[in-house]
Ligand binder design. Structure first.
Ligand code: 6SD
Length: 251
């Protein structure tokens, strides 16, 4: 998968050199381009913002640097960008998806991460200040697929943190990025339930014992207990999830 990010804080994404995603980049599973929006300005001060039409507090990101930066990434036509990277199994052929984090976007979920992990090319635009001139979204919506995506119902100072979270959630679903693919199956949200609690050695620690069933060697009983724990946890913490999915145990 090819991922491009446009931001006024490119250093923010230096952490993508680390850990599993860093390895995935080294092995070529993920190809990353981080682009400084200010490189696409032509004035002495490299301005990317201006006062809002209609008045109001704060500044708005100007459309011209965004147009120049995104045109450089997407090419003259959305199809041009598709030829940049080799084909991936199940990859979409509909051109890149341009994603703008926004509190006004669709909620980012595990299901959305899974859908996006099948794409060949994602382009993220990180807003700052009071946001980006609306015409940027309108213009690129006429040319291809554009999504506003919200990490959750809270307000961030810009899109960077949201993009980091999305790239981590999407990247780990790309085949080969996580070493043991089985570890992706029994996770919170993958089956609509929260994960069961995990324990490791020692079997007793500070007076707290590992639940005996986990030491029993009875795989059926362990599977049933874990599923009960998932239901109990989800009921207690996230009853909204349970209403969506009633699951059977996996044996
Ligand atoms: C100004 C942004 C971009 C400001 C955001 C996204 C979510 N879920 N909360 N806040 C956000 C995104 C805030 O640019």
């Amino acid at each position: 998968m090819r991922i491009d990010i446009v931001t006024i804080f490119p250093e923010f994404f230096d952490v993508l050199d680390l850990s599993l995603l860093g390895k995935a980049r080294q092995s070529g599973l993920i190809e990353l381009g981080v682009h400084n929006l200010r490189d696409h300005t032509h004035d002495r001060h490299h301005s990317v913002d201006d006062t809002p039409y209609g008045g109001g507090a704060g500044m708005v990101m100007k459309p011209e640097p965004w147009g120049a930066a995104l045109d450089a990434i997407l090419g003259a036509s959305p199809e041009a960008a598709l030829t940049e990277t080799p084909a991936t199994v199940n990859a979409s052929d509909d051109g890149p998806i341009l994603i703008f984090p926004s509190p006004a976007g669709d909620q980012f979920t595990q299901a959305m991460a899974r859908e996006l992990s099948l794409e060949r090319h994602l382009v993220f635009g990180c807003g700052r200040y009071e946001g980006i001139d609306q015409r940027v979204v309108d213009h690129y919506s006429q040319r291809g697929r554009v999504r506003l995506v919200s990490l959750g119902d809270y307000v961030l100072n810009g899109g960077e943190v949201a993009v980091m979270a999305m790239i981590e959630a999407i990247g780990r679903l790309i085949p080969g990025v996580v070493g043991n693919p089985e570890s992706l199956v029994e996770e919170s949200h993958e089956d609509g339930l929260l994960e069961y609690p995990s324990y490791t050695k020692p079997s007793s620690w500070r007076g707290l014992d590992v639940p005996p069933v986990l030491l029993s060697g009875n795989h059926g009983a362990i599977s049933t207990w874990r599923h009960e724990q998932q239901i109990e946890r989800t009921e207690r913490v996230r009853p909204d999830l349970l209403l969506r999915t009633i699951q059977q145990p996996t044996t």
